[in-house]
Design a protein around this ligand. Structure first.
Ligand code: B12
Ligand code: SF4
Length: 327
């Protein structure tokens, strides 16, 4: 089937638009999964075109996708609702599917307020979306039989039970086989439970990892195509020490001439690991400090003391990483 994956525009303009400019990593994973199964996939970065409905209409008319899938965080959901109206006006037979964190947490509201929305995919998308397409939209099966989706039945918004997480992330087709991008992720899940964060609620508190080889293969593919700088967007890239050092060694063995940023936590770094990361091209690490006050951090369930921050940042002194205290 022909699938158009859309990253929709945000409601408000941002002061720092680079924060929202990156096409979500998941769209590349979904695209690769569908292409590996013989579907035709195009990715439309319609965040970049804002509210330019003429371009949207032109692309819909020329591509005529059977399915339009939107990647949604809360802040761009109205962009998706808006474009869905255009989709159904121009291609009334095509199916509209929302996925991503926004669709997962707001599926009921979205199904109630957006009659153009046919299905929401809840949580991890690759297998669920493929199942929805092949078993229901292509195969004529019942949506009730697909785990991890929401839809309308008799006018009421309902959902099926959660899908099982993909046990081995390396089973997923490598997105870099099909697409060129610079945001990568090598794990899913976070064992912590900070009050403000959607990640453990979305991915769960058990972490699943790609192997160092899978990750290094992606970097090799992309660097061969001229990409030299990467954002490694795992919640805590440094969660497993040996794995990080192995990734760094693979980058060096393959002589990849790249630099990269990573996200970490002061509770999960040490001097040796930081040394190898710097040697392998990591030039900035973002630490989730959130607040300078221990009391506020306790309220946020960020269980890290002032002393731990000082100790870890001292361990990083002299490695040459620049630091970004994330809030
Ligand atoms: C890395 C990251 C960033 C990076 C890169 C984002 C990017 N474009 O990929 C940067 C720093 C740029 C960023 C920016 C923002 N982020 Co951010 N980010 C993350 C983080 C840590 C990881 C995202 C990720 O790569 N996941 C891995 C990939 C594989 O997953 P995925 O893209 O979600 O896709 C999977 C599923 O969601 C689903 N899916 C996704 N899209 C679709 C579409 C369809 C059709 C289907 C069927 C399925 C589907 O299937 C995919 C494969 O399994 C998450 C927290 C987390 N761990 O999830 C927060 C998170 C997603 N971000 C968040 C926010 C708020 C933002 C910003 C809006 C912040 C801002 N400044 O305004 C912007 C939004 C920009 C954007 N383009 O997403 C929130 C979203 C909360 C919400 N409910 O809206 C999260 C959950 C963190 C939190 N605070 O709780 N972010
Ligand atoms: S450690 Fe980071 S990713 Fe994990 S729950 Fe806290 S803020 Fe979210």
């Amino acid at each position: 089937m022909k699938v158009l994956l859309v990253y929709p525009n945000f409601l408000e303009e941002r002061i720092h638009s680079e924060e929202i400019g990156a096409v979500p990593i998941g769209m590349h994973y979904l695209g690769a999964m569908l292409m590996e199964h013989g579907h035709e996939v195009k990715i439309a970065d319609w965040h970049a075109i804002g509210r330019d409905h003429r371009t949207v209409e032109e692309v819909l008319l020329s591509e005529r996708p059977h399915i339009v899938g939107f990647s949604i965080v809360n802040a761009n959901r109205w962009g998706a609702v808006d474009i869905s109206r255009t989709v159904k006006k121009i291609l009334p037979d095509s199916k509209v599917v929302f996925g991503g964190v926004g669709a997962t947490f707001l599926w009921k509201d979205l199904l109630e307020c957006c009659p153009e929305l046919d299905y929401a995919v809840l949580g991890e998308g690759e297998e669920t979306f493929l199942g929805l397409i092949e078993q229901v939209l292509q195969g004529g099966g019942r949506p009730e039989e697909i785990r991890g989706i929401a839809f309308r039945r008799g006018g009421e918004a309902i959902r099926t039970e959660n899908a099982t997480p993909i046990p081995d992330l390396d089973m997923l087709p490598r997105p870099s086989k099909y697409f060129t991008f610079d945001h990568l992720s090598s794990s899913r899940g976070c064992p912590s439970d900070c009050t403000f964060c959607g990640s453990p609620k979305f991915w769960g508190r058990t972490i699943r990892f790609h192997s160092p080889d899978y990750f290094a293969d992606q970097l090799s593919d992309l660097s061969r195509r001229g990409r030299k700088f990467f954002f490694v967007s795992d919640d805590t890239f440094t969660m497993r020490r040996d794995r990080v050092i192995s990734i760094c060694n693979k980058i060096m063995e393959r002589k990849l001439d790249i630099t990269w940023f990573a996200i970490s936590k002061v509770s999960h770094v040490d001097e040796e690991m930081l040394f190898w990361m710097r040697k392998a091209g990591c030039i900035q690490i973002s630490y989730g400090v959130e607040s300078g006050s221990e009391k506020i951090r306790r309220v946020l369930n960020k269980q890290i003391t002032d002393g731990r921050y000082k100790e870890s940042l001292q361990a990083d002194d002299g490695t040459g990483h620049s630091r970004d205290g994330r809030t």
